[in-house]
Write a protein that binds this ligand. Structure first.
Ligand code: CDP
Length: 574
């Protein structure tokens, strides 16, 4: 350990999260590793893979140091399962899985079982229920009638609920149904009862044909997946309006542009992509998994500009890291191992984007921010591809490369390289803003368990205000009332422009940011379009249509206060 003496600077919240869920515990639940030891455990397990590819012990040690430095400086973190499980007997390292749900009892209950196994190991599962015959359709073997996708979804939901108690994080699912499935209306409304499907995010899979029918105000076909017969026609606009209404009401369903996802499917010969992981950023083939990792952009700024050289070297090391994870991983099922290793998809993304912008003094809702987003993500994708090609020279291309869209053009080690994840917990560990989201509040109050009230302040804001001699605790208290600084007289205009929060950014500006990143992301981008409580259904419709026009692969909206037990609130209670 002599070599690993870097001092790790973690926030109070980061340490709490690590203690609660990431640091290794003995059988009595006593924590038996420090955060430094966690990163050492992960660096060792992931670097060790280089030996399989013929590297000497000395080289493996060098890689280990590189990986350790990458994580302890908080420049890059792999997804939570890698931090939790690398170098432990469990060894399951991926956050994202997609399982097929076949139209048979065996198929459905196999998927339930596989999902439980994946949840236990910290992974999230996405399912398309589109292959299931509709409610009321015949069941040959029993001459009975089918319960339909929504009814079977509740079996998955209950199983997830039961496994939850054992795992370190609650199991998460994505349920997707194609818009041309006969049960689509029931599906769109299935979360009306807020006590149901609490372990599911739901999304409607929209087709190009459907979107055209919406725009031209036409009818479209509902098709029984068992018989491939059209069973009914609906007015596309009415279905679209229903989706909009529900999303306005409680944030769901989200939408996913299925044909667009398949238009960039790197291996179309292997079949269609039907679903994504729980938060929507990772479309995958059936029985495929993917491991993610995020670069902390807050650490990529030097002398008030982007430090492109540090970013470049971070991308290269991160691609190496994530490619190694694929081999270090212990897969919950053989078929998932086979498929994952055949495409070797990785999902390298970013977090701390809002923190980068405030350091550069660029307002989130500005043209300059959009063009930097493009420039930055283009750079990450390009360097990521360079790094993946270099790995391919040493280790070979991904086995399905001859069946991929890259064949003969770009010999890559990985079928996909970039994904922007929500980084819900990673951003807490790294102490940065999450994913590509804007700041949520500049100051907010938190009631801690012993009853005291703690006001948390954005550190960049505090620094700027101190420089101007304008900082005071009373000011922090005042800001914490709303989270926003826009209405506070003593704060200079320049500061107000830079420290904008999610609700001061218009819905279309949210979407434009998502679309700017999406252009250079192989997979998809996780982003929540925050709407004020007074937003109308028309506002939601505009967001959805703009996302479609600008080339996004999916959208999630959330209208402030529309869901009970809202996860992130300006005033948090622990
Ligand atoms: O920050 P962290 O690595 O914990 O996760 P994230 O970036 O917020 O989420 C990335 C992915 O992890 C999600 O899309 C899910 O596939 C998975 N996930 C999960 O399975 N269960 C959770 N409670 C949270 C995330």
């Amino acid at each position: 350990m002599e070599k690993f003496k870097l001092s790790l600077q973690l926030t109070h919240n980061a340490i709490e999260v690590l203690k609660r869920r990431y640091l290794k515990k003995d059988e009595e639940g006593k924590i038996i590793e420090t955060p430094e030891e966690l990163f050492h455990r992960v660096a060792t397990a992931i670097a060790q893979i280089d030996a399989i590819y013929g590297k000497s012990e000395k080289d493996v040690n060098k890689t280990k140091e590189e990986f350790y430095e990458l994580m302890t400086t908080l420049k890059f973190l792999p997804n939570s399962p890698t931090l939790m499980n690398a170098g432990t007997p469990l060894g399951q390292l991926s956050a994202c899985f997609v399982l097929p749900v076949e139209d048979s009892m065996e198929g459905i209950f196999d998927a339930v079982k596989y999902a439980a196994i994946i949840h236990k190991s910290g992974g999230g599962t996405g399912f398309s229920f589109s292959r299931l015959r509709p409610k009321g359709d015949v069941v040959g073997s029993t001459k009975g009638i089918s319960s339909g996708p929504v009814s079977f979804m509740s079996v998955f939901d209950s199983a997830t609920e039961a496994v939850k108690q054992g795992g370190r994080r609650r199991g998460a699912n994505m349920g997707l149904l194609r818009v041309d499935h006969p049960d689509i209306v029931e599906f769109i409304k299935c979360k009306d009862d807020l006590t149901k499907f609490t372990n599911f995010n739901i999304s409607v899979g929209l087709t190009e044909e459907f979107m055209k029918a919406v725009i031209n105000d036409e009818e479209y076909d509902l098709i029984n997946p068992r018989t491939l017969q059209t069973v009914k026609r609906l007015k596309a606009k009415e279905v679209f309006d229903l989706i909009v209404h529900q999303a306005w009401k409680n944030g769901e369903p989200g939408i996913v542009f299925l044909d667009r996802i398949n238009a960039t499917n790197p291996t179309p010969e292997l079949g269609e992509i039907e679903a994504t992981n729980p938060c929507g950023e990772q479309p995958l083939l059936p029985y495929e998994s993917c491991n993610l990792g995020s670069i902390n952009l807050a650490k990529m700024v030097r002398n008030n500009t982007v430090d492109w050289e540090v970013l470049r070297s971070t991308v290269w090391k991160a691609v190496h890291f994530l490619d190694n994870v694929i081999d270090a991983n212990r897969y919950p099922l053989e078929i998932i191992e086979k498929n994952t290793k055949a495409n070797r998809k990785i999902g390298l993304g970013v977090m701390g984007w809002a923190d980068m912008l405030v350091q550069l003094k660029i307002p989130y809702n500005s043209k300059e921010a959009l063009s930097l987003a493009e420039e930055l993500m283009k750079f990450i994708l390009q360097e990521g591809r360079n790094a993946s090609q270099e790995l391919a020279k040493e280790r070979g291309t991904f086995p399905n490369y001859p069946k991929s869209i890259y064949y003969g053009k770009m010999p890559l080690r990985n079928a996909t390289i970039t994904t922007v994840a929500p980084t819900g917990t990673l951003s807490i560990i790294a102490g940065c803003s999450s994913g590509i989201e804007p700041l949520f509040a500049i100051c907010f109050a938190r009631n801690v368990m012993d009853g005291t009230r703690l006001v948390e302040v954005n550190s960049y804001f505090r620094k700027e205000m101190e420089k101007l001699g304008l900082w005071s605790d009373a000011l922090a208290e005042k800001i914490a009332e709303t989270g926003s600084i826009q209405e506070i007289k003593e704060i200079p205009e320049e500061i107000k422009k830079i420290f904008v929060t999610a609700h001061e950014i218009s819905p279309s500006e949210h979407i434009r940011m998502q679309a700017a990143f999406q252009q250079y992301v192989d997979n998809a981008v996780s982003k929540t379009v925050n709407l004020p409580n007074h937003a109308t259904e028309e506002d939601v419709r505009e967001v959805y249509l703009l996302a479609y026009r600008l080339g996004c692969k999916g959208v999630t909206v959330y209208r402030d206060g529309s869901r009970q037990g809202q996860v992130i609130q300006k005033t948090k209670t622990e």
